[in-house]
Ligand binder design. Sequence first.
Ligand SMILES: CC(C)(COP(=O)(O)OP(=O)(O)OC[C@H]1O[C@@H](n2cnc3c(N)ncnc32)[C@H](O)[C@@H]1OP(=O)(O)O)[C@@H](O)C(=O)NCCC(=O)NCCS
Length: 157
Amino acid sequence: MVTSQECDFSAIAGCYAASWRSSHGFFPAERVARFDAAAGAGILTELLAQGGRLWAAKVHGRCGGIVCLLGDEISKLYVHPEAQNLGIGSALLAHASAQVHTPRLHVLTINLGAQRLYFRHGFRFTGNRRPFYEGIMELEMIGPAHSGKVPLATISH
Ligand SMILES: CC(C)(COP(=O)(O)OP(=O)(O)OC[C@H]1O[C@@H](n2cnc3c(N)ncnc32)[C@H](O)[C@@H]1OP(=O)(O)O)[C@@H](O)C(=O)NCCC(=O)NCCS
């Protein structure tokens, strides 16, 4: 049911924005509210302009989640709040990871749920970190290297 630009871009941006707002409650409320589909579309457009790749998971005909890859860096793993805990994030992560030899990503110190997910997929902390917002840091993680001989993950529900 998944992959790529089968969802229209505004649906992708709307899904990204809804998930972003649900996971950034530590920002001031006005900043969270400002992050609408148009703001999401701007960020994704910029990523694509830099050569990033974007996949979307279609769930019951709607965009249920997204993930980006720029070089070997996975970013923008966002599942719609109504579609979380159904395995979509795992499927998107596996799909993006399978495109590169050694995937990397950044996760917030406070995002323990996402960290658990990444650990289950074999990601480990590199020790590199950078400031994000008011004492919250972004931690770098690196995924398990693969030989390139494994088949690309298929995403199906
Ligand atoms: C993190 C996220 C991508 C996982 O996608 P998902 O489809 O819900 O995940 P799956 O169903 O494949 O796996 C479930 C696991 O995801 C994690 N998870 C689920 N909901 C989560 C949430 N709201 N926030 C963070 N992690 C979550 C947990 O590890 C969960 O397993 P566990 O709680 O049983 O240990 C998704 O919850 C999400 O979009 N969260 C908000 C945005 C975000 O935090 N993105 C990651 C940025 S690094």
